[in-house]
Design a protein around this ligand. Structure first.
Ligand SMILES: Nc1nc2c(ncn2[C@@H]2O[C@H](COP(=O)(O)OP(=O)(O)OP(=O)(O)O)[C@@H](O)[C@H]2O)c(=O)[nH]1
Ligand SMILES: [Mg+2]
Length: 213
């Protein structure tokens, strides 16, 4: 995927603010600090378009990023951050639930987990909930650079097992640091968002002047 253009569009607090151009949307869910914003940055090869931080809970709204005028990444607030008040957490939960269940242009939810650790209780709840509603979901296990390659397979197995994934369920190992999995993930996103891969290669036709006054 050739990134021609990537821009932050809006930090939305509710449906009124979601873009209305009906481009396919790819959402990122996962616990706070797992690496959602970093994954977006790696996908578009920009250092800091999506705000990242070592302080968890930084992303608090639905942050929309438009890529190549073709699709949106929608960065969710991370869950499981203890310091955020319960009321605020409930508001977030409602916003995300409503978005996931009602948003027509939503094409894929990437559940981002940490390859180093077994999925958290919240990860399992989230995955079960998404499967229950038959949502298009995939699991991306990130921070793969943090463990030696020889142990990748073992960690992948544990994550798949704990989440109760079946062989048909989509899974990709990733690293925002090292770029592992980037091409594979773009391949899958292009498929689900029905992006025309040829489009990258085709130069837009030059309009002829002859018809102009
Ligand atoms: N080594 C390594 N570090 C990573 C990777 N992905 C993210 N990080 C680090 O993990 C921390 C959190 O990353 P973010 O991308 O901000 O996490 P987030 O999920 O967006 O966090 P919230 O917005 O708080 O929900 C940052 O310090 C990143 O540099 C990765 O693949 N490898
Ligand atoms: Mg973030």
């Amino acid at each position: 995927m050739k990134i021609k253009n990537a821009e932050f569009v809006i930090s939305a607090v509710g449906p009124d603010q979601y873009p209305d151009d009906a481009l396919p949307e790819i959402a990122l869910a996962g616990r706070s600090n797992v690496g959602k914003s970093s994954l977006i940055n790696r996908m578009i090869n920009r250092k800091n378009l999506a705000r990242t931080s070592s302080t968890p809970g930084k992303t608090q709204h639905l942050n929309y990023y438009r890529i190549n005028e073709q699709l949106y990444f929608v960065d969710f607030p991370g869950y499981g951050y203890a310091k955020v008040s319960k009321t605020l957490r409930q508001v977030w939960g409602k916003m995300i639930e409503q978005y996931i269940l009602e948003r027509e242009s939503l094409r894929l939810i990437m559940l981002i987990v940490d390859l180093r650790h077994p999925p958290s209780k919240d990860d399992i709840l989230m995955y079960d909930w998404l499967k229950h509603y038959d949502m298009p979901v995939m699991v991306v296990a990130t921070k793969a650079d943090k463990i030696p390659r020889s142990r990748h397979a073992k960690h992948v197995k544990i994550i798949k097992q704990e989440l109760g994934m079946t062989p048909e369920d989509k899974f990709i190992m990733f690293s925002s640091e090292a770029g592992i999995g980037r091409e594979e993930l773009w391949g899958y996103i292009s498929e689900v968002a029905e992006l025309d891969k040829e489009e990258d290669l085709v130069t837009p036709p030059v309009e002829s002047d002859s018809n102009e006054v």
